[in-house]
Design a protein around this ligand. Structure first.
Ligand code: SF4
Length: 67
């Protein structure tokens, strides 16, 4: 695995509306905590489900960057 396969993901809680979409699309990486989406705290391997969750968030609250 190269470094480019790792991403750091975070949820902007100011933007998140708590839809839970990210949890439904990628439960391996996202949880709902106090009504807000929560992403892994450390860099994770980029997966199709992870990319789908980022794209499917209805308010684009999930930010991902290469780690
Ligand atoms: S999909 Fe977006 S708005 Fe919905 S819980 Fe996840 S981060 Fe929040």
């Amino acid at each position: 695995m190269s470094d480019s396969d790792m991403v750091q993901v975070r949820v902007d809680e100011e933007v998140c509306v708590g839809s839970g979409t990210c949890v439904m699309v990628d439960p391996a990486h996202f949880t709902l905590v106090d009504g807000k989406g929560r992403a892994p705290g450390e860099p994770v391997e980029r997966t199709e489900d992870l990319e789908d969750a980022v794209l499917d968030c209805p308010v684009q609250a999930i930010l991902s960057a290469r780690a």
